[in-house]
Design a protein. Structure first.
Length: 234
């Protein structure tokens, strides 16, 4: 039986790359996004643009791209005291984790995604979590997500596979993956239409995409793009 996937799609670079990865592999792909009171909620506006352009500009993928789902998880933002859900400085907390860490976010995201997938007959959950270029979030770690896959499958009494195609890639290789999947057109789509900046700056278009250029997310995206570009030019 051909497997069908649900992609956790935020509107950012990583999840957009994962969406292309899933469209290249699965017969049917649906998407799910979450509004949890994030400061960079502009990423949610980017989602529809990216989805529409993928359908219009990548005809091989268009028939596979199915329904999009948006879930309201405002309660997560209400119980979170973080720099992603409140107007506060991004820094490292006493725990050693950055203040952008939203406790339980990915655990909740995958649990709700699994409920949607179960209802829709989808057996693969795809997320853009990464343990290579990341901010140290414990819910992005490979072991966390492998354990979550087991718990979800047991809790639903149905096999549910969690795929994280970026887990061992740095940002430069994430750009490379986009190029391999969809050529220069996909790289440009991700560069100009996705959003990564933690501060929600979607007014300044830099060489690597929109963003403030100062926050940790922008720094990772910029550095990765510069390394990718240099390799392309070599």
């Amino acid at each position: 039986m051909e497997r069908k996937a649900l992609v956790l799609f935020s509107g950012g670079q990583d999840s957009a790359t994962c969406l292309a990865w899933a469209l290249d592999r699965y017969v049917q792909v649906e998407t799910v996004g979450f509004h949890y009171g994030q400061r960079h909620a502009v990423e949610l506006d980017c989602r529809k643009v990216v989805l529409d352009r993928l359908k219009a500009e990548f005809p091989a993928w268009a028939p596979r791209l199915g329904a999009d789902h948006m879930l309201d998880l405002a309660l997560l933002g209400q119980v979170s005291d973080t720099a992603l859900t409140q107007d506060r400085e991004i820094q490292f907390a006493a725990s050693g984790l950055p203040t952008t860490f939203v406790p339980g976010r990915n655990l909740l995201f995958f649990t709700f995604a699994a409920a949607v997938a179960y209802r829709r007959g989808l057996s693969v959950l795809v997320g853009g979590m990464c343990e290579t270029d990341y901010s140290g979030y414990p819910d992005c770690r490979d072991n966390t997500l492998k354990a979550l896959q087991v718990a979800i499958s047991l809790g639903l009494d149905a096999p549910m596979v969690v795929e994280t195609p970026l887990m061992w890639l740095d940002k430069a290789h994430t750009w490379r993956m986009a190029k391999d999947l969809g050529g220069a057109a996909l790289v440009e789509l991700i560069r100009t239409e996705t959003h990564t900046c933690y501060l929600g700056d979607h007014t300044t278009l830099n060489a690597w995409g929109y963003g403030c250029g100062q926050c940790p997310a922008c720094e990772l995206r910029r550095k990765g793009y510069e390394i990718f570009n240099a390799a392309e030019a070599a």
